[in-house]
Ligand binder design. Structure first.
Ligand SMILES: [Zn+2]
Length: 254
């Protein structure tokens, strides 16, 4: 498993922290192809939320110097990427507490926006924007929602207050807050696939792992993005009211 490579950036302004982390990780100004793979390569363990619920977007925690992120698979792929970047902000900026509540959330949102859409790249690619259709075309480059790109373009003064308002109204009218047009594929873990394959070669099955963890096998399937079993699809489709996330976070849950 990759070792943890995540600096403590507590106290830094969110946009500065986002730029610093990009620099430390050698990302420059390039768009991030896959947030889950990036996080895993830098030592964060990424899981899918076992208890699929629309009320929890995602959460993160440090436990024994190990960062964890849980992502809700009911969100759109674009939203899930933004959630991953938002949780990364909490791990890097709020490891030792720091601001709580609204201020922490605003910081995490600002970090996520800067991290996924670096200013120099956005301004180079989209120096002028005239229509929502243009935004729908452009957003795939950064793997974000139309609404997230509108917010970023406004923040960078590429679009005016008036344009921002108009594009947001149009985005709502066209149902972009529920589903994306010109959307991207959902991101999955790369690590858990490798781990499960390696364990399987040692004849360690998902049932064995689930037993060791004292969780039902279908819950393990959920956590590992449905990679542990071929049957996981039917489990998730049938649903199961008994499924409950049993991990008790001791770090930064929200
Ligand atoms: Zn948050």
């Amino acid at each position: 498993m990759p070792g943890v490579n995540l600096n403590d950036l507590s106290g830094e302004p969110p946009d500065v922290a986002a730029r610093s982390l990009r620099q430390i990780w050698g990302l420059g100004e390039r768009p991030i192809k896959n947030m889950v793979h990036l996080l895993e390569a830098k030592g964060t363990r990424v899981f899918a939320l076992a208890e699929n619920t629309r009320t929890v977007d995602a959460f993160s925690l440090w436990r024994r110097e190990q960062p964890y992120i849980f992502l809700n698979q009911l969100k759109t792929p674009e939203r899930s990427r933004l959630d991953a970047a938002h949780e990364l902000a909490h791990l890097a900026l709020h490891k030792h507490g720091g601001p709580r509540g609204r201020k922490a959330e605003e910081e995490a949102n600002a970090f996520a926006s800067s991290f996924l859409m670096p200013s120099a790249d956005v301004i180079a690619i989209a120096p002028r924007v005239y229509s929502l259709n243009q935004i729908v075309e452009l957003k795939r480059r950064w793997g974000v929602s139309a609404v997230a790109l509108i917010y970023r373009l406004h923040k960078l003064n590429v679009i005016s207050d008036w344009q921002c308002r108009m594009f947001n109204i149009q985005a709502t009218e066209r149902g972009f807050r529920e589903r994306e047009q010109n959307g991207i594929d959902r991101e999955h873990s790369a690590i858990w696939q490798m781990v499960m394959t390696a364990l399987w070669k040692e004849r360690i099955t998902r049932e064995h792992i689930a037993k060791e963890l004292h969780i039902p096998a279908f819950e393990l399937d959920y956590l590992l993005f449905g990679l542990a079993s071929d049957q996981c699809k039917s489990v998730s489709e049938n649903g199961d009211g008994a499924a409950r996330l049993r991990l008790v976070p001791d770090g930064w849950p929200h």
